[in-house]
Design a protein around this ligand. Structure first.
Ligand SMILES: Nc1nc2c(ncn2[C@@H]2O[C@H](COP(=O)(O)OP(=O)(O)OP(=O)(O)O)[C@@H](O)[C@H]2O)c(=O)[nH]1
Ligand SMILES: [Mg+2]
Length: 383
């Protein structure tokens, strides 16, 4: 009983709250924010500007992958088309109908596409922003919604300039940026990001993510950060911090302290929360086969995937095998199985039902996944 009390105290302390009830509420809020928040991103711009390609890039899909938005086709949609994130179905990118027609009315357009459904707008152009883009931005601004301009296909611009004798990459980029800013000067606080959807690791994609992180409400930041591809080490580290902060809540709700009769907490050890936590990290860090293949292709290092030896990553990789194991095993065995995959944790049996042990397992597993990803990024040459 004494050790049980100590365990409860440890859990309350980890929550930063003063009572068990408040800690429970906080744990539920935190895990809900991490796993259940929806995010709706509207993407608009001229035909051919690169909307579909950008949507696929954010979803970590190549243009020819199953479920990818069709690219390079000129048929324009009349209705907003939703594209769910492959591993986070609550994150939806909306391909909005083009705004190209001469008699475009921003107000009616925003009403037609149901402006209030979106958390923010991305307006894409592959050259100069047109009058319609600007009219739309002004109307979005009037309605107090967030919007960001993307100047796309920057890789093409760089490639075209590279051959010149006095080529200077930074100067070329500043020139494009200045040109865009000049073009958008009538829009208050217009922010423009230079992006290549063919390679998010270069140019302003990281800056776009970090700007969104400072503009969005906290729970939406978590959905965004989890869903974006790991295109730089800085993005990875932000993701790791987010999961580190939430680990106590997953440990708390998984039932480590659920022997205490608190309404809303299950009595059995709810191992599915632990599995959800690890699989969410695994996908958010881009450790799944598809993300690794994409990265390997991008940096031309086919051996990238073979560097991964971590049993936890490999265990999570055999997704269907894992799920099968989950359904076949009772909660306790699942925890034992997870323990066997995380180095240095040892057997679960002795201290299985404690908050302290579950929290330790999650932290160690998270570190293992983070370190594996760091090594992959290092080998890929991503800073
Ligand atoms: N190099 C390069 N090509 C791009 C980029 N973005 C889009 N493209 C290419 O530009 C063409 C048009 O891109 P889409 O994504 O289909 O454009 P869209 O805005 O969805 O076009 P509509 O659906 O017709 O309105 C395709 O051939 C893409 O491969 C980019 O960042 N870099
Ligand atoms: Mg398209």
């Amino acid at each position: 009983m004494a050790s049980q009390n100590a365990d409860i105290n440890e859990a309350i302390l980890a929550s930063g709250e003063s009572t068990l009830e408040r800690a429970t509420a906080r744990a539920q809020e935190q895990t809900n924010e991490l796993f259940n928040i929806s995010l709706n991103i509207a993407v608009t711009g001229e035909t051919g500007s690169g909307k579909s390609t950008f949507i696929n890039a954010i979803r970590g899909l190549s243009d020819d992958d199953e479920g990818a938005a069709e690219t390079g086709v000129t048929e324009t949609t009349k209705e907003p088309t939703p594209y769910k994130h492959p591993t986070m179905p609550r994150v939806v990118l909306w391909d909005l109908p083009g705004i190209g027609s001469a008699n475009f009315k921003a107000k009616t357009y925003l009403k037609d596409v149901k402006i209030d459904n979106y958390d923010f707008f991305i307006i894409i152009s592959s050259e100069r922003f047109r009058e319609n883009d600007k009219m739309l931005a002004k109307e979005i601004q009037k309605r107090k919604k967030l919007f960001y301009f993307i100047r796309s296909k920057i890789d093409n611009d760089i490639r075209a300039e590279e051959g010149r004798r006095n080529f200077n990459r930074e100067e070329t980029l500043s020139k494009i940026r200045r040109y865009c800013e000049e073009n958008l000067k009538e829009i208050q606080n217009a922010r423009v990001f230079l992006i290549s959807s063919k390679n998010l690791s270069e140019y302003d994609f990281e800056a776009l993510v970090f700007t969104l992180m400072s503009d969005l409400p906290e729970q939406k930041q978590k959905a965004l950060l989890q869903s974006v591809p790991v295109s730089s080490l800085a993005i990875l580290e932000k993701k790791v911090k987010m999961f580190e902060k939430a680990a106590w809540a997953a440990a708390f709700l998984s039932g480590g302290i659920a022997v205490v009769p608190v309404p809303g907490l299950s009595l059995a050890c709810d191992a599915s929360i632990l599995v959800t936590f690890f699989t969410s990290c695994y996908h958010a860090f881009g450790l799944d086969d598809k993300s690794l293949d994409r990265l390997a292709e991008q940096v031309n290092k086919p051996h990238l995937k073979s560097l991964i030896k971590s049993p936890l990553v490999l265990g999570l990789a055999s997704d269907s095998a894992m799920r099968l194991q989950m359904s076949a095993l009772a909660g306790q065995s699942v925890v034992e199985y997870l323990c066997s995959l995380v180095p240095g944790v040892g057997s679960a049996a002795a201290s299985l039902m404690s908050f302290g042990f579950t929290y330790y397992l999650l932290q160690k597993g998270l570190k293992e996944l983070a370190d594996t990803t760091r090594a992959v990024l290092r080998e890929a040459g991503l800073q």
